[in-house]
Design a protein. Structure first.
Length: 250
């Protein structure tokens, strides 16, 4: 089966291409996440059992602990996905295991609102059985979206494989020592890497102008002094090295 692609043109005039995650990889991720949720629920019940609260709801004013137990279980069931997708930049443990993540339709990282919105709709996607509605909607969707994705404006894509991220560098590995890469985001990294991976296929004039435009944008964003790192493509390589070395990809 041919992989579905999502193509996005950024304001910097760089075309980003993502491989959309299909039903198979998404249900693989869901299985892992549901297993973790089940284990967490069992642990909560065991802890409450041994503290003598959950199964003695009518003993001397401790009925409120039954409500606490129910609240914890509810939190695991409905807060799990949203919380991980917010903290792990569109991934849950299951999605990370399957090599997929949630992003906005524009290619940027999913926001807090989008992570919460898409997961509130799980109650509908899960009807009437094990995600039957969600599976049908994904099957009919050109971008394998479930109802929550339509509402939040998100898609689920495959992470790039390590071998696909290999980039030919001309700059030394220690060239980013004097550059503050803290202002860069994972979206910036994707734009930079997409250009660096495809630059050899671009006509010389287009390659030069694109590199100059990107270098000017990121020079201002990272407050790089004029007169330093004057080679545009080397600067872009240096930014990628600096960001990756910072360990902020996850």
């Amino acid at each position: 089966m041919t992989s579905q692609k999502l193509s996005i043109d950024t304001p910097e005039q760089i075309n980003l291409e993502y491989e959309l995650a299909g039903i198979g990889s998404r249900f693989m991720a869901l299985f892992v996440d549901l297993l973790i949720q089940a284990i967490a629920g069992i642990v909560i019940l065991i802890v409450m059992w041994f503290t003598g609260f959950a199964f003695h709801p009518f003993r001397s004013g401790k009925t409120w602990m039954l409500a606490v137990t129910a609240l914890l279980i509810f939190g695991v069931q409905w807060g799990y996905f949203a919380l991980f997708e917010i903290l792990w930049k569109g991934q849950t443990p299951g999605k990370r295991q399957a090599g997929i993540r949630v992003i906005n339709e524009s290619g940027r990282q999913a926001s807090v609102y989008e992570a919460v919105a898409r997961n509130l709709l799980r109650v509908i996607d899960a009807l009437p059985g094990p995600y039957a509605v969600g599976a049908v909607v994904m099957f009919l969707s050109p971008q394998s979206k479930r109802i929550g994705d339509y509402v939040a404006g998100t898609v689920v894509v495959h992470d790039r494989k390590i071998e696909d991220e290999a980039i030919f560098f001309n700059t030394p590995s220690d060239g980013a020592a004097d550059i503050n890469c803290a202002e860069l985001s994972t979206d910036d990294l994707r734009i930079l890497e997409t250009f660096l991976q495809r630059r050899l296929d671009l006509p010389p004039e287009v390659r030069q102008k694109t590199a100059e435009r990107l270098a000017s944008h990121f020079r201002e964003k990272c407050s790089i002094p004029e007169g330093t790192h004057t080679d545009h493509e080397n600067l872009l390589e240096t930014l990628v090295r600096g960001f990756r070395r910072s360990g902020r990809l996850r």
